[in-house]
Design a protein around this ligand. Sequence first.
Ligand code: A5P
Length: 235
Amino acid sequence: MEAQNQNQMKQAAAMYAVDTYVQDGMVVGLGTGSTAEFAVKRLAEHFNGGNLKNIRCVATSDQIAAMGRLFNLPVHDSNEFVQVDVTIDGADEIEPKSFTLLKGQGGALLREKLVAAVTRMEVIIADESKLVQQIGQNFPIPVEVTPFAWSQTSLRLQTLGASPLLRPSKNNPEKPFITDGNNFVLDCRFANLSDPERMANLIKSVIGVVEHGLFINMAHRVIIGSHDAVYEVTR
Ligand code: A5P
């Protein structure tokens, strides 16, 4: 898929999501990643143009908080709210029948899940390359772990059938990638991921695991930008 086209699809999905699901006065979750960034830009257009001037935003990463502020959006501490009205976020894989998601290639999975967990309408936007038959088809499952004794946590994950790899830093591959929560990420390929919900629960029960990138029953809407149209996936 050509990058230019792919970006157009992401942008079209993002614009549709903002224009359809965000109303003035709402608390809005800002997702993380290249697709969600298009939604931040669209929100900022409306906010700075006088529509949606009473929205308040919470961010799912330091990076997107900085971008939101750069575009003049009111980014608040998430502790100020018990509920978020709508969050617009991306995903790495989407299983269309169940709306199960794989997230976290950008490393923001913990805050993305914390915000999704209090969101009334979680809207996932993507280009059509993100639709998969089975979760885990294209990417490993990112598992955020405490740096202390991470190699022992890795061994525990191996007993579940995972082949964990410590994610390296983008800037210095000799060093581990550090999340916004100061944790490490183990990218876990599984030989068998036919039951993502069961695996999600098993991974979550491992000592040392903070969170993982399987999002089960968290997405309410999935919006896809394709070559010729934007459409909502129906379950
Ligand atoms: C960030 O940690 C991820 O969960 C992103 O939401 C996901 O990687 C999608 O990113 P892109 O929109 O850049 O593909």
